[in-house]
Design a protein around this ligand. Structure first.
Ligand SMILES: Cc1cc2nc3c(=O)[nH]c(=O)nc-3n(C[C@H](O)[C@H](O)[C@H](O)COP(=O)(O)OP(=O)(O)OC[C@H]3O[C@@H](n4cnc5c(N)ncnc54)[C@H](O)[C@@H]3O)c2cc1C
Length: 372
């Protein structure tokens, strides 16, 4: 019998396992393909804020960025590289947004060095840019480090049953609490209001004579170079999906696109692709992650006296799966959000601390039920 079983060993699941072990809980973490084998293993894993004018996601990412920078530096400094970030506008409109961000920034901004500006292509150099201290996570080693105090098993979860006050996983493991951290893969709990979209991404490690000390984001993300190697990645491919596409993913075409886009920003010399990583990242339909308990839709709808048409639903009226939680939908900011959200989820599971309505998966139930 475990206190907690976490399903999915990406950055979300591993961050939750880490928090639970730290709270002296007995944790089992299961993943069908291994640690950081999904979207997390493919990610460039840059830790950066969101450069937009306003909005809930910008605020959430601002808080998560400050929290996670300190978190990785303090707890996982050997697999975390602090690097100055240079974010360059793609066009006039995104340039205006960066200008606005700079004028209202509360984070400490920096000027890009002459050295880095000299490596940019002339057009990239002319565009509006923003620079600050940020970081890059080594995804696989960080996830592995995070779950050191937990038991890990490589196993696909096919069955999840609630029986006599506890969860039974694959008819084999028992737990008081279960956390679903399964990313963009098929959801184990089928609820009609729970929908995630998987966006395909591709990252390449390239050997190059170009020395780059910065994390650079423009059309794609480019990592600082280490031992003559830098990473170029993006999650831009909305047309390919491993479960629904007829044709296999074209690695050569993906490589060419990444190199062409990186070349628009940086003068890359003597390039040789040495490794490819691909994976899906999962996003929610309002771009805000989903953290917390899951509503039992059938039971809640059958409940008398709940007004599902109201503009201000009370999530307290809904009926939830007992001791079952999810953490998912981090979009392109999994490494920024996961440590911050895992702490919020730990406080919910262990201390019944309320999770804000903007993060709760119940918001999707409320929207779905209103339309019925
Ligand atoms: C190319 C690329 C670049 C990216 N760059 C960045 C970046 O720079 N910064 C950033 O913050 N984010 C980035 N992201 C996004 C980030 O990777 C994701 O937000 C993050 O990895 C999501 O983590 P996760 O744990 O939710 O999902 P995943 O890492 O996908 O983990 C889910 C895990 O669940 C397992 N699983 C699913 N179903 C089952 C089952 N039934 N039984 C057992 N195991 C199961 C899978 O095997 C998988 O390992 C990028 C993504 C990609 C693809």
């Amino acid at each position: 019998m475990y206190d907690v079983v976490v399903i999915g060993a990406g950055i979300n699941g591993c961050s939750v396992a880490y928090e639970m072990v730290k709270a002296k809980k007995n944790v089992l973490i299961l993943d069908m393909d291994g640690v950081a084998s999904g979207g997390s293993g493919a990610a460039g894993a840059f830790v950066s804020p969101k450069f937009s004018k306003a909005g809930e996601l910008k605020e959430l990412l601002h808080d998560a960025f400050i929290y996670s920078m300190e978190f990785y530096e303090k707890n996982f400094h050997t697999s975390f590289t602090k690097a100055q970030l240079l974010h360059i506008a793609q066009d006039e409109i995104s340039g205006e947004i960066l200008k606005y961000y700079k004028e209202h920034a509360t984070l400490k901004l920096k000027s890009p060095s002459e050295e880095i500006l000299a490596t940019l292509n002339p057009h990239a150099k002319e565009m509006q840019n923003i620079s600050l201290d940020a970081g890059v996570v080594d995804a696989v080693s960080t996830c592995q480090e995070m779950i050191k105090g937990a038991i890990f098993k490589q196993e696909k979860v096919d069955s999840l049953q609630y029986d006599d006050g506890m969860w039974v996983i694959n008819e084999c493991y028992c737990a008081k609490d279960v956390v679903l951290a399964t990313g963009a893969y098929e959801q184990i709990i089928k609820e009609p209001y729970l929908k995630l979209r998987g966006v395909w991404g591709h990252r390449i490690d390239v050997k190059t004579a170009t020395q780059n000390p910065y994390s650079i984001h423009q059309f794609v993300s480019i990592s600082p170079s280490k031992d003559g190697v830098l990473a170029i990645g993006a999650t831009h491919n909305v047309h390919y999906h491993p479960q629904t596409s007829q044709e296999p993913y074209n690695i050569q075409k993906g490589r060419a696109e990444l190199l062409q886009k990186a070349g628009q920003t940086l003068k890359l010399e003597d390039v040789e692709v040495i490794k490819d990583y691909t994976g899906l990242r999962s996003g929610s339909f309002d771009y805000i992650p989903m953290v917390g308990s899951l509503v039992l839709s059938g039971e809640t709808l059958a409940c008398g006296g709940i007004n599902f048409k109201t503009k201000k639903p009370s999530f307290d009226e809904y009926i939830y799966y007992p001791n079952l939680y999810m953490i998912n939908g981090n979009g392109g900011y999994g490494f920024v959000l996961a440590p911050y959200l895992a702490k919020i989820l730990k406080d919910k599971i262990l201390n019944d601390k309320k999770i804000s309505k903007r993060l709760s998966p119940a918001r999707f139930f409320a929207r779905w039920a209103k339309k019925l």
